[in-house]
Write a protein that binds this ligand. Structure first.
Ligand code: UD1
Length: 456
């Protein structure tokens, strides 16, 4: 968030002041999964009945999605914190504009439900973002195979069903890559299509399983969700339902990594432990003790060894945890090799971590981390959601305080971020600072400033 300072000439930015040498202890509650909640909100368009979602995280991405849905006639009632009623009885056609789609790529997921319910949809073509080009040709190819006519014009995707029946037609779609978004878009388009759709090479992420579980509650006939071949038998209509969003595996993973990085002992719950299998395996390899009891995971770390990771589609190591895990490796004994294979530009944290005293060489999306003894607090700015989380973890490990900007990214994906860290004993505080480019970095002044602000 950018705020105007009093004299209007120097805009001020929200930042987190973080005291280093932190140790965490205790238990925190994990929120509902952002990536599930976003797609479930889109799926709610597939019925004229009311859908009641619980465990919806209060995040800026979720608020944006709700506003986009409201702009096309959807009634949304936030019944209580984390409980949302969605009614799409008055859903109407409307262009979903560039600023909406650019601010929230996930709003493009609405294309499938809009096509099925209205016979047409018009959404701005999502561009790339800070982590990569993020093409959508798999979404569009699949929709065409289901019988939609797709035209790209003036930066918009205009989709239409031309048949008299105004219904898509089931078919066999083989995805070129197991894209999470394309699998979700095509499942949502196929549930009301005529006949059977099979999606091969489908993504298997837990958020897709959550989507299919909710759609089946609504009356859809989806089988083998969570495998690479999903079967969808089209039905004539869907009903409303109540559904609880699954816990956020990425948020849980971020806190577990932060605990390991600070040689701490914490418990996160509720979680679905099987969703975090690949991370837990790597945490154990690197020296953490992990114990699982029902829906809670506890971690206790006394030592950190360098381990290698390579990101991959689920059930592989999640790309969303690559940056936080890189932070964990900074003070590990020995070397670790971190390979990003999903997004072409997801190494934005490396340069910033090196500024903190890390020793990382980056070549072709492969980071070689040599563990160091000390990290230094710095004034840094994160450029995307997970790289900002990685910087915060490094700041908690550093020998002196840090100031981290880019909180608008954190607020997209982590509910009550500082509150949860404070509950675990971290010393961090949100405040306003001058634009980073205006600040000449003076380590002594900066440290005093940060320390004084803790006293306040
Ligand atoms: C989703 C998640 C994001 C996560 C990512 C991978 C949401 C809102 N976001 O993003 O947090 O990091 O999955 O787990 O759920 N690709 C193509 N063509 C396409 C579509 C994708 O080549 O038409 C490629 C992408 O460039 C990328 C890979 O497939 O290299 C994975 O992308 P995808 O699974 O589609 O990610 P999203 O659904 O955008």
């Amino acid at each position: 968030m950018i705020c105007e300072s009093e004299n209007k000439l120097n805009p001020k930015f929200e930042s987190l002041k973080i005291k280093g040498r932190c140790s965490l202890q205790g238990r925190i509650k994990i929120s509902g999964a952002k990536n599930s909640a976003l797609v479930l909100l889109a799926a709610s368009l597939l019925t004229k009945d009311t859908v009641y979602l619980t465990n919806v995280p209060d995040l800026s991405d979720i608020r944006k999605m709700k506003n986009i849905l409201k702009s096309i006639g959807v009634k949304i009632k936030d019944n209580d914190k984390e409980k949302v009623l969605i009614n799409s009885e008055n859903l109407h056609f409307g262009n979903i504009a560039h600023n909406s789609v650019n601010e929230l790529r996930a709003s493009f997921f609405c294309i499938g439900p809009l096509l099925s319910m209205l016979g047409k949809a018009s959404l701005a073509l999502p561009g790339g973002c800070n982590i990569g080009k993020r093409p959508i040709e798999e979404h569009l190819k699949g929709l065409k195979q289901l019988g939609a006519t797709i035209e790209e014009k003036d930066g918009f995707v205009n989709a239409r069903i031309n048949s008299n029946k105004r219904r898509l037609k089931g078919t066999h779609i083989k995805l070129g890559c197991p894209s999470v978004g394309a699998t979700e878009t095509l499942i949502m388009a196929a549930v009301l299509a005529e006949g059977q759709t099979i999606i091969s090479n489908a993504a298997r992420e837990p958020e897709i399983q959550d989507l299919c579980e909710m759609l089946n509650k609504m009356g859809a006939k989806i089988t083998r969700a969570g495998t690479s071949k999903v079967y969808i038998e089209g039905v004539n209509y869907l009903n409303g339902c109540s559904h609880e969003v699954i816990p956020d595996r990425i948020e849980a993973g971020t806190f577990l990594i932060a605990a390991a990085a600070t040689l701490s002992c914490i418990t996160v719950s509720p979680v679905i432990p099987s969703h975090l299998k690949s991370l837990l395996q790597k945490l154990k390899e690197s020296g953490s003790d992990i114990s699982i009891r029902d829906d809670a995971i506890s971690i206790k770390t006394k030592t950190i060894k360098g381990v290698n990771i390579e990101t991959a589609p689920f059930p592989g190591f999640p790309t969303d945890l690559q940056a936080p895990f890189t932070a964990l490796m900074l003070k590990a004994t020995g070397k670790s090799i971190i390979k990003e294979t999903i997004f072409e530009n997801r190494m934005n944290h490396i340069e910033l971590l090196n500024k903190m005293g890390a020793s990382i060489k980056l070549e072709n999306n492969i980071a070689t981390v040599s563990g160091v003894k000390k990290l230094y607090g710095r004034h840094l700015k994160g450029s995307d959601l997970r790289s900002t989380a990685a910087i915060v973890i490094a700041a908690l490990m550093a020998d002196n305080p840090s100031l981290v900007e880019g909180l608008e990214h954190l607020d997209r994906g982590y509910e009550d971020f500082e509150f949860k860290f404070k509950k675990l004993g971290a010393n961090l505080k949100r405040g306003l600072t001058e634009n980073i480019s205006d600040i000449s970095y003076n380590q002594d002044f900066f440290i005093n400033d940060v320390q004084n602000s803790y006293a306040a």
